[in-house]
Design a binder for this molecule. Structure first.
Ligand code: 1GP
Length: 246
């Protein structure tokens, strides 16, 4: 059953999908519960779970999340070690902005049997890292260069290539905690050329930031850091996604 992708696909052009990103490494039991409760009350669409570093508590965190909310949990793996059968789905990421073969096919082969047996819903995702100030964790850990933000033509061509390769979701990433989110002009340009649903994340700090990227054409919004600092803000952010149409 393709419940997760179906929801994203059907929302396209009608409403926006809001995802809370949780890195289990950044939480105590009680801070995780608080965030999940807020997400539940704000009716977030999905909880993404993942991070740059491995967490001993991944399985346990997912189980706890699922005990407290019916929101589907989707793995957003920072590495192939972050696969858990307790989640509902997985963004099967190909880092197509980079040229690291492990992140284009190597890790996928290593994880293939495990992912297939897990029963997770797999969402093939073209993951595109866009440069900004400084070096993001994704850039450092993945050992790949981001596409410079001013090279809109290269970003767009990369997204088109992802679509032609059969990916199901395009994810424009400016890096967790980025000083600037993906520029709306980049989102508009990619949307003009690609029919796939478009996820945008990295550096979204406020409901206004979310509003801007929704107006530009983002279909799926991913927020992590800002909600770790201020869980209550999820209410205003989800309200913005509900009121923003393309
Ligand atoms: C990072 O896109 C996500 O992979 C979310 O970034 O933590 O900056 O919201 P933030």
């Amino acid at each position: 059953m393709q419940m997760i992708y179906e929801k994203i696909h059907q929302a396209q052009g009608k409403s926006k999908i809001f995802c809370l990103l949780i890195d289990p490494e950044n939480h105590t039991h009680s801070s995780l519960l608080r965030l999940v409760d807020e997400a539940d009350q704000a009716h977030a669409d999905f909880i993404l779970i993942g991070g740059s570093l491995l967490s001993q508590t991944l399985d346990q965190s997912i189980r706890m999340i699922k005990e407290h909310t019916g929101i589907p949990v989707v793995l957003f793996p920072g590495s192939l070690m972050q696969v858990s059968p307790h989640a509902d789905g997985i963004l099967f990421l190909s880092l197509i902005s980079g040229r690291n073969p492990d992140l284009l096919i190597g890790n996928h082969v290593l994880a293939a049997n495990m992912v297939r047996k897990s029963g997770l819903e797999v969402i093939p995702t073209a993951y595109i890292l866009i440069g900004g100030e400084g070096v993001s964790s994704v850039e450092y850990i993945s050992n790949t260069k981001p596409i410079p933000a001013q090279k809109t033509d290269l970003i767009t061509a990369t997204a088109i290539a992802g679509e032609l390769l059969g990916q199901r979701l395009i994810y424009l990433e400016s890096g967790s905690g980025a000083a600037q989110p993906v520029h709306p002009q980049i989102i508009r340009e990619v949307k003009k050329h690609v029919a796939l649903p478009l996820a945008v994340g990295g550096g979204l700090q406020s409901p206004d930031d979310v509003h801007r990227i929704c107006l530009a054409g983002a279909d799926v919004v991913v927020v992590g850091n800002a909600l770790e600092k201020d869980p209550l803000m999820i209410r205003d952010m989800t309200a913005v996604t509900r009121s923003s149409l393309q």
